[in-house]
Design a protein. Structure first.
Length: 313
């Protein structure tokens, strides 16, 4: 009888403990979400009050809110630490490269462009023939989303396929560090910075026109204050990163991914039109991104398979 009573009493007690545990987990989950939301809002307010364009880290905070809500916070943190380290270490090293490379500037991309276009400077031609407020704003749009597209795309494929996510992250690392090595060995100034020597009449549309329309020096702050290396034009990461996104989009979605082409194409045109990159820089960025993609997606699996086969024998 006592045993039966004990068993009967234990069931409600067990349910109570289970309810308390679930309540505690639910509270912790929502507390984490609230904390991240508050922090995100604080960063957003800080950016707005100081006329700063929010960077990719702001977007990642939003993704962290989602991951926390769906109970994947720790998986998100673990998977995204390498992604963040690539960006953080790249930016840190790029600032160091920028202080060294300015003493060894090269002008090869400009002269190649002039030769390729029959003696004409494509940057100057675009600004002379097509200069309109609409294209100014369109160029600013494509040139700005460059900072967000790689991160947003990483989140999309992280949700769908961790294999593709890790390949994309590795390709991103190969791309950014190979570009960094090139910035050190072959520093190139952007067209607007070479305007006195090479492209008379060329203007930096982002700071001269777009900032003027905005009423705040948003782009001047972004590129002059926050951009640590002014001599990193070749190869163009603005050209490379959207193209890498398209390559992985095509790998995953095949011909359904064709609309994604608007991102790299729009960015390529904008980079030249705005006076931020030479056509040669764009071609270099496309080449670097394609090689990085092929190394990770095609060559690396073959190398690993051969090593595995040798270890088995």
């Amino acid at each position: 009888m006592l045993y039966v009573i004990g068993m009967a009493d234990s069931k409600p007690e067990k349910q109570k403990r289970h309810y308390e545990a679930e309540s505690g987990r639910s509270f912790s989950r929502w507390l984490a979400v609230v904390f991240v939301v508050i922090f995100t809002v604080a960063v957003g307010v800080l950016d707005l009050t100081h006329d700063i364009i929010p960077g990719p880290e702001f977007v990642i905070l939003v993704f962290l809110i989602y991951a926390t809500y769906v109970k994947k916070m720790w998986r998100f943190v673990k998977d995204w630490i390498p992604f963040l380290l690539i960006f953080v270490t790249y930016e840190t090293l790029n600032s160091v490269v920028g202080t060294v490379s300015k003493f060894n500037i090269h002008y090869g991309p400009y002269f190649f462009d002039v030769w390729l276009f029959g003696g004409h400077d494509p940057n100057l031609v675009l600004q002379t023939v097509l200069r309109t407020p609409f294209l100014n704003w369109m160029g600013a749009f494509f040139y700005t989303i460059y900072f967000y597209v790689p991160t947003v795309f990483a989140f999309v494929i992280w949700r769908e396929s961790r294999t593709d996510y890790w390949q994309y992250t590795m390709s991103l690392g190969v791309l950014m560090y190979s570009c960094l090595a090139t910035f050190l060995a072959y520093p190139v100034a952007p067209p607007w910075l070479n305007s006195d020597l090479t492209s008379h009449g060329l203007t930096r549309i982002l700071s001269s026109s777009v900032d003027k329309s905005l009423g705040v020096p948003a782009y001047k702050t972004l590129y002059d204050f926050l951009g640590p290396n002014l001599y990193a034009a070749f190869p163009s990461l603005h050209a490379a990163l959207p193209w890498l996104v398209f390559l992985f989009s095509f790998k995953i979605g095949k011909w359904k991914a064709l609309p994604v082409l608007i991102l790299p194409v729009g960015t390529w045109f904008s980079a030249v039109y705005l006076g931020e990159h030479y056509v040669s820089d764009i071609l270099g960025g496309i080449a670097y991104a394609t090689i990085s993609f092929l190394v990770v997606v095609k060559a690396l699996p073959i190398i690993m398979e051969r090593r595995r086969s040798k270890s088995l024998h």
